[in-house]
Design a binder for this molecule. Structure first.
Ligand code: NAD
Ligand code: GLY
Length: 356
C-alpha cells in the first residue's frame, strides 16, 4: 500500500492507495476512534462495495444512506436528505461521513460534511478512476444549482482518502477511459516523463493491468497533492488543473451534458488547447499531435468527433469570459509537461482553432 501525504494550510491528510484495501483492518483500526459513521453511497455502488466496507466497521457504529445514481441528483434535495439523516442520527462533531462512490457522491457528501455543524470529518473512498485521481483529493465539494454546475460548494479537505484500485474492476469501460483523460492531463501540464510513461504503457492501461493503473493513480495523486499544497484555494497555480477544461465546458454546455462524459470532453479540450498554444506561438513542438495520438490510443474521442459549431462553442466560452472579468483565461502549453495561464486570446484565434 502506498501512502501520499497531502499538506494544506487547513489540514494535512493521508491518501492510501492499494488493491483490496477498502476494508483493511489495520487501516481502519486507526480511523475508528470511537466515532459514528454515516456512509453515503448510491444505488449502483452500494450493492457492489457496501457490504465489504461495513465489515471494517463495528455493527453499532454506522448508518447509511443510498442516493439515486447520476449527476442530475447532485442537488440541494439530495444534500437535504443526507443532512436529514445526520439530524436523525443526532450526529455531533464526532460523526464522520464516509463517501463511497464516484465524484458525484464525493462532492455531495463532501458538501454535507462541510456544512453540517460548520464542518465534520469525511473519509473519501472514490470508486471511479476520475474520482480517484481528481475529485477525492483537494477538498473541492459541492452540488449543482439550477443556474449552473457546482455553484453551491465549499473547500473542505477530507480526513483521509482510501483509494482501492480493485474497485475499478467493475467500472464501465467508458467511465474508465474518461478517468484516463484526467491522468493524461497531469502529464501534459507538469510532468513530461509521466507523459512519456503513459505513451509507453498505453497497451497495459487498455488491458487494465492492475500494476499500471496503480502507478498511474499514484503519479496522478502525487501531482494533484503538489498543486493543492501550493494553492489550496485556487488563487493561482491550481487553475492549471483546468487544462482543456475551458473547451470541455463549452462542449458539455452546448451538448447539454448529454453527449460526452466530462473526461471525454476534457480529452477533446486538451487537444484544442494544445492547438491554440501552437497558434499563439507559445508551443513550437508536437504537443497537439502527441496528445491527440495518446487520447486516441486510450480510446478517447478526438477533435474529428461531431462537435457543436464553432459559433456555439465560442458563445458558451464568452459567457465564461464575462464571469472572469471580461477576458478569456486559458491554460495553455509551452511544451508537454509545462503549462501556463494565458489571457491574450481573441475570438479570431478560437475560430481558427475550432475550424481547423
Ligand atoms: P459519477 O460519480 O457519476 O460516476 C460515474 C458512474 O460510475 C456512476 O453511474 C456511478 O454510479 C458509477 N460507478 C462509480 N464507481 C463504480 C464502480 N466502481 N463500479 C461500477 N460503477 C461505478 O462520475 P465521476 O466521473 O466519478 O465524477 C463526476 C463528478 O465529479 C462531477 O459531478 C464533477 O463535477 C465532479 N468532480 C469533482 C472534482 C473535485 O475536485 N471535487 C473534480 C472533478 C470532478
Ligand atoms: N478538479 C480541479 C481541482 O480540483 O482544482
Amino acid at each position: 500500500m502506498e501512502v501520499i501525504e497531502v499538506q494544506t494550510r487547513s489540514r494535512n491528510y493521508p491518501v492510501y492507495i492499494g488493491q483490496g484495501i477498502l476494508n483493511n483492518p489495520a487501516l481502519w483500526s486507526r480511523l475508528l476512534e470511537n466515532r459514528r459513521f454515516l456512509i453515503v453511497s448510491n444505488e449502483t455502488v452500494a450493492p457492489l462495495y457496501l457490504d465489504a466496507l461495513t465489515k471494517a466497521l463495528p455493527g453499532d457504529t454506522h448508518e447509511q444512506i443510498i442516493l439515486p445514481d447520476g449527476e442530475q441528483y447532485k442537488t440541494l434535495e439530495q444534500w437535504q436528505r443526507v443532512t436529514d439523516k445526520l439530524a436523525a442520527m443526532k450526529a455531533g462533531r464526532d460523526t464522520c461521513i464516509i463517501a463511497l462512490g464516484g465524484g458525484v457522491i464525493g462532492d455531495l457528501a463532501g458538501f454535507a460534511a462541510a456544512s453540517w455543524m460548520r464542518g465534520i470529518d469525511i473519509i473519501q473512498i472514490p470508486t471511479t478512476l476520475l474520482a480517484q485521481v481528481d475529485a477525492s483529493v483537494g477538498g473541492k465539494t459541492g452540488i449543482n444549482h439550477s443556474a449552473g454546475k457546482n455553484l453551491l460548494g465549499a473547500f473542505h479537505q477530507p480526513h483521509t482518502v482510501i483509494i482501492d484500485c480493485d474497485t475499478l474492476h467493475t467500472l464501465p469501460d467508458r467511465e474508465y477511459r474518461a478517468g484516463l483523460a484526467e491522468v493524461i492531463k497531469y502529464g501534459a501540464i507538469g510532468d513530461s516523463h509521466f507523459f512519456d510513461w503513459l505513451e509507453q504503457q498505453a497497451s497495459s492501461l487498455n488491458a487494465r493491468m492492475p500494476e499500471s493503473i496503480m502507478q498511474a493513480v499514484i503519479k496522478s495523486v502525487n501531482a494533484k497533492a503538489a498543486v493543492v499544497a501550493a494553492d489550496e484555494l485556487e488563487q493561482g497555480q491550481r487553475a492549471l488543473l483546468n487544462f482543456g477544461h475551458t473547451f470541455a465546458h463549452a462542449i458539455e454546455t452546448a451538448t447539454e451534458y448529454k453527449q460526452w462524459l466530462h473526461g471525454e470532453a476534457v480529452a477533446i479540450g486538451m487537444v484544442l488547447a494544445a492547438r491554440l498554444s501552437t497558434r499563439l506561438g507559445l508551443d513550437s513542438g508536437d504537443s497537439e499531435q502527441r496528445l491527440s495520438r495518446l487520447c486516441a490510443v486510450l480510446g478517447l474521442p478526438g477533435t474529428d468527433s461531431e462537435l457543436p459549431t464553432a459559433a456555439d462553442l465560442i458563445n458558451n466560452m464568452c459567457l465564461d469570459k464575462k464571469n472572469l472579468g471580461g477576458e478569456y483565461r486559458f491554460i495553455l502549453l509551452k511544451s508537454i509537461g509545462q503549462a501556463l495561464i494565458h489571457t491574450q486570446v481573441s475570438d479570431t484565434d478560437l475560430y481558427a482553432v475550432l475550424r481547423q
